[in-house]
Design a protein around this ligand. Sequence first.
Ligand SMILES: Nc1ncnc2c1ncn2[C@@H]1O[C@H](COP(=O)(O)OP(=O)(O)O)[C@@H](O)[C@H]1O
Ligand SMILES: [Mg+2]
Length: 278
Amino acid sequence: MTVARPGSNELQPPASGHDIELHNVTLRFPRPDGKGTLPVYENFTLDIERGSFTVLLGPSGCGKSTLLNLIDGLLTPTSADSVKVLGRDVRTDPDVTRHTAYVFQSARLLKWKTLRGNVEFGLKGLGVQPRERWDELMKKYFGIVGLTDFTKYYPHQVSGGMQQRAAIVRAWVNEPQILLMDEPFSHLDEITAAELRRELITLWSRDEQRRTVVFVTHDISEAVQLGSRIIMLTPRPAEICFEQIVDLPWPRTDADERSFEIEKRLRLVFAERAGVKA
Ligand SMILES: Nc1ncnc2c1ncn2[C@@H]1O[C@H](COP(=O)(O)OP(=O)(O)O)[C@@H](O)[C@H]1O
Ligand SMILES: [Mg+2]
């Protein structure tokens, strides 16, 4: 039996070994004009292993954000056999989402609070970390992303990249078992995005706890740089049209021949099966 470290949120993985289990999920949104529904998922099944860095790669509008929202219990499917997080169905047991954290496309910081104030707000809001650990946790995670000297700044006093780093700290300080990341670097310039990818991989790979990351992107190169498993989705209703295990060490770059080969293959498949010229 796995015993959690004191103060850690690491929970025993479900017997299946899958932190996330979506079985036969159907989701149809009502159309705003009242004329029927928009099918986003029809009998969609996906299992995500404990400790994996799973990248969901798919064209715009295929349902990637919707999938994260289903996992986080923010949306309820039209029907499903299961929507399980850590072995518990989020529909009947929404409290399980205290073990997940979400990082969005934009940092969504409170502009009247400093970076530290924002992170404290996240700690207080979720209430899973004892107050006596807050200082140590903030020091650790602000340090890893290079924000130690900026914790007293307000969001408007730092760059977009620094704001997004603070958003990552806000998610990570709670030490959630599952990190849901929705195109978190897509608004950043390429150099900053590359730095943040490296920092994210450092955070995740050096952690004693085997955290599960679900990272959404439409960027093939980003998918190959980050993922241990890449899942490619088709346009709506989204289906898994291709899967790739990437068994290469991090940090990865385009300059590495093996990642370049995988990227080339994914580009071809993306064009053929997801109908996207990338
Ligand atoms: N709350 C909603 N109500 C109605 N339609 C929605 C809602 N959220 C998303 N959609 C539709 O579902 C589809 C998938 O959206 P989304 O998951 O945001 O795509 P992606 O993140 O892959 O770009 C889109 O066609 C979008 O218009
Ligand atoms: Mg989206």
